[in-house]
Design a protein around this ligand. Structure first.
Ligand SMILES: [Zn+2]
Length: 289
């Protein structure tokens, strides 16, 4: 089925994709080069077929019927986040269907530029613990998590052990952050793969923990990191906490496969409507259409 056939069949106005990557060109080129070398560190290839032209990516998303998306940016070193945030502001200003996105790193200046991002009405943050290789419990981040929690803005957090583990990935460190900031809105990227159960547990423990479906359930991912069928009923149970994400454009398959993978789960039309649209609108509002 085409992406459009899926959302039209559900009576939706389109879909919301909470996890798409738009970033400065040289950063995107570096990220794509990393995936081009996947054979060496994963043992299987990660062929990206969507090219590296951001404007073309925006047109493609709109063509699929994506009405709201994000520009997931993330620093891998200090003194980079503020620059990425500035880039994302310009991108969102020129791209009204992109929710204003920001990021941070454990550094002295984080407090100030995160405050600035919140004042500018940032709708979503991205934290990448594997690429950033930082400890989310770093004392420099404590006031940052606190400010973001108070503002009720979600943070899409790559904290799972896949595709390769990081020093501070896995449910442990983020659980400690949530114990300190229990109302922090975290969106666990990739359903926390491969530790799906651990992160569903986390969503059970904290009412503001969400999970995005990015890359999960696709044929590509099921080969390497299968979702345990015994956990399927928990996806229904957490219907209001699961959000569609794609990782577009850095995916080794067609965009339609990301949507089809959810349809194949066979969890019902209400579940699909919530995951593909309703939950995303709710979380990223008020810029939602
Ligand atoms: Zn991603």
């Amino acid at each position: 089925m085409s992406v459009e056939e899926v959302w039209r069949g559900l009576g939706l106005p389109g879909i919301v994709d909470v996890h798409t990557h738009f970033m400065p060109q040289r950063v995107l080129d570096k990220v794509q080069a990393y995936f081009a070398g996947a054979d060496a560190y994963l043992g299987f290839p990660w062929p990206i077929s969507h090219g590296n032209d951001a404007q073309e990516h925006v047109r493609e998303l709109r063509g699929f019927g994506v009405v709201l998306f994000t520009s997931m940016i993330y620093p891998h070193k200090p003194d980079m986040a503020a620059w990425l945030n500035e880039w994302a502001r310009e991108f969102a200003a020129a791209t009204p269907d992109c929710a204003l996105t920001a990021t941070f790193f454990p550094e002295e200046s984080a407090r100030e530029y995160v405050q600035d991002a919140l004042e500018r009405n940032t709708r979503v943050f991205k934290a990448h613990l594997q690429v950033g290789q930082y400890d989310p419990r770093d004392p420099l981040l404590d006031p940052v998590w606190g400010m973001i929690a108070d503002a009720g803005v979600p943070v899409v957090t790559h904290c799972g052990l896949g595709p390769v583990p990081g020093r501070f990935t896995g449910a442990g460190p983020m659980t400690e952050v949530l114990v300190r900031h229990p109302r922090l809105k975290i969106v666990v990227a990739h359903m926390g793969l491969p530790g799906y159960g651990d992160f569903l547990d986390l969503a059970g423990r904290f009412p503001d923990v969400y999970l995005d479906t990015t890359m999960a359930f696709t044929r590509f991912t099921e080969k390497a990191w299968p979702f345990p069928s015994a956990e399927l009923p928990r996806l229904l149970d957490k219907q209001d906490r699961i959000l569609f994400g794609s990782d577009f454009p850095n995916i080794p398959y067609d965009y339609a496969e990301a949507v089809d993978a959810l349809v194949r789960l066979d969890l019902g039309d209400d579940w699909l409507r919530a995951v593909l649209y309703g939950n995303g609108v709710q979380l990223l509002r008020p810029t939602a259409p």
